[in-house]
Design a protein around this ligand. Structure first.
Ligand code: FES
Ligand code: FES
Length: 155
């Protein structure tokens, strides 16, 4: 067991966890932040578990909770400012960027960082940016529409 301190969405979580506990399980089970999903049974291929570690999008099933000790994590619950959605969240709502919504938290966390690094992406760049996030419902067309709209709304 190891005692770790991780700041998630601005709040410090100090917990004693098994050394082999994955970050995604720490976020969901110890911190109760269940907006971060698991879809591919921890194989690193679906992207549903994507969060930001120190501002960088990562797959939280590919990292141990102990490795996040002392670091800053943002989950989908930390995106909106109270009731005020981010431009990307608003664009997903306006452009029907989700159906069942299971993939959506991971896509939002990935694309939030993507747009910070590339605020004027082409559609090809958006599609390449989404390569690590699987969506079984939408066919991606509306997701690309939403990311493009969010980029345009920022100008
Ligand atoms: S649960 Fe982490 S990539 Fe699928
Ligand atoms: S909206 Fe259902 S998996 Fe993407």
């Amino acid at each position: 067991m190891k005692t770790i301190s991780v700041t998630i969405n601005g709040e410090a979580y100090v917990e004693t966890v098994p050394v082999r506990m994955l970050l995604v399980d720490f976020i969901r089970e110890k911190c109760g932040l269940t907006g971060t999903h698991v879809s591919c049974t921890y194989e690193g291929v679906c992207g549903a578990c994507t969060v930001q570690l120190n501002g960088e999008a990562i797959k939280s099933c590919m990292m141990l909770a102990a490795q996040a000790d002392g670091h800053r994590v943002t989950t989908v619950e930390g995106l909106a400012n109270g009731e005020e959605l981010t431009p990307l969240q608003k664009a997903f709502k306006a452009h029907h960027g989700l159906q069942c919504g299971f993939c959506t938290p991971g896509i939002l966390m990935n694309m939030t960082e993507f747009l910070q690094k590339n605020p004027r992406p082409t559609d090809d760049e958006i599609r390449r940016g989404l390569v690590g996030n699987l969506c079984r419902c939408t066919g991606y067309v509306h997701i690309v529409d939403a990311v493009r709209a969010a980029a345009n709304s920022a100008t």
